[in-house]
Design a protein around this ligand. Structure first.
Ligand code: AKG
Ligand code: FE2
Length: 259
């Protein structure tokens, strides 16, 4: 695939009917896929209002302080479908979303959960990570990320990723936020759908203005364990959420000055 074609493909507004096999091929080549204007503004506004209502005034993290400190992750999650907030079923039930997911994950795929992620002003976003260990190659999640408001440079919270890293191994140990050759930065707009392989190296940039919100409809192929994302790989550790524990310390000693 030529460079110009790739660029166009990543940002084009896909007309209906979508070419699901071509989109799935693009996803499996690059480890991600961006489709602008996938969801109507009216649905985005409705979900956004519910998100703001939920987070109004409160942004206490359910993540413990040690985790927040070590992982450089300052995002507050909310699982609206678990609380019966029905409007959040609509993206999940969308026929195009389901067809696209099936084209990527194959028959028998399933939705895992939807998770709204809220980052307050002045927070760090998320350091580089893989949502699950890449060594078990066939166990992975698909992030189906929806943005109810534009991600813009003035606010921050850009999604940064390294294409094709879903095909390789673990993130190298090192600076949790250090740059990589070949990294790209996405600015998803209101209504954009970003599909991202859980083994792809990705991070969320710091949030400078107001707040930042994304909603992740996670899905997985048939046979994937429900706890596939229990262990997250960072550049300084592997962390198990169910036990709130660091299962591998990957801290790299900074070289001594003058050596
Ligand atoms: O909020 C985003 O843009 C990406 C968050 C993320 O890393 C994830 O949902 O796995
Ligand atoms: Fe992630």
């Amino acid at each position: 695939m030529g460079e110009a074609f790739q660029k166009r493909f990543q940002t084009t507004l896909f007309p209906l009917p979508m070419d699901y096999p071509a989109l799935a091929k693009h996803f499996w080549t690059h480890g991600y896929l961006v489709i602008e204007d996938f969801f109507a503004d009216s649905l985005m506004d409705e979900l956004h209002a519910l998100i703001l209502e939920h987070f109004q005034g409160a942004s206490d993290s359910c993540l413990n302080d040690d985790f927040t400190h070590r992982s450089k992750c300052e995002i507050v999650p909310w699982f609206p479908q678990r609380e019966g907030v029905e409007a959040f079923n609509r993206p999940d039930d969308d026929a195009r979303m389901q067809a696209l997911t099936a084209a990527i994950l194959g028959a028998g795929w399933h939705s895992q959960y939807s998770m709204v992620m809220y980052s307050a002003r002045g927070t760090n976003g998320q350091a580089w990570h893989q949502d699950s260990p890449p060594e078990t190659k066939d166990d992975y999640n698909l992030n189906r990320l929806i943005y109810t408001r534009d991600i813009v440079p003035e606010i921050g919270g850009e999604l940064r990723l390294v294409p094709q890293t879903h095909l390789g191994g673990p993130l190298p140990a090192g600076d949790p936020n250090g740059d990589f050759d070949g990294q790209i930065t996405l600015y998803p707009k209101k209504g954009t759908l970003v599909l991202l392989h859980g083994h792809n190296w990705h991070r969320v940039m710091p949030v400078m203005g107001q707040y930042r919100v994304s909603t992740n409809y996670r899905a997985a192929p048939q046979g994937t364990p429900d706890d596939v994302t229990d262990v997250c790989v960072y550049r300084n550790m592997r962390y198990r959420f169910s036990t709130n524990s660091v299962i591998e310390d990957r801290t790299v000693e900074a070289p001594m000055a003058g050596t």
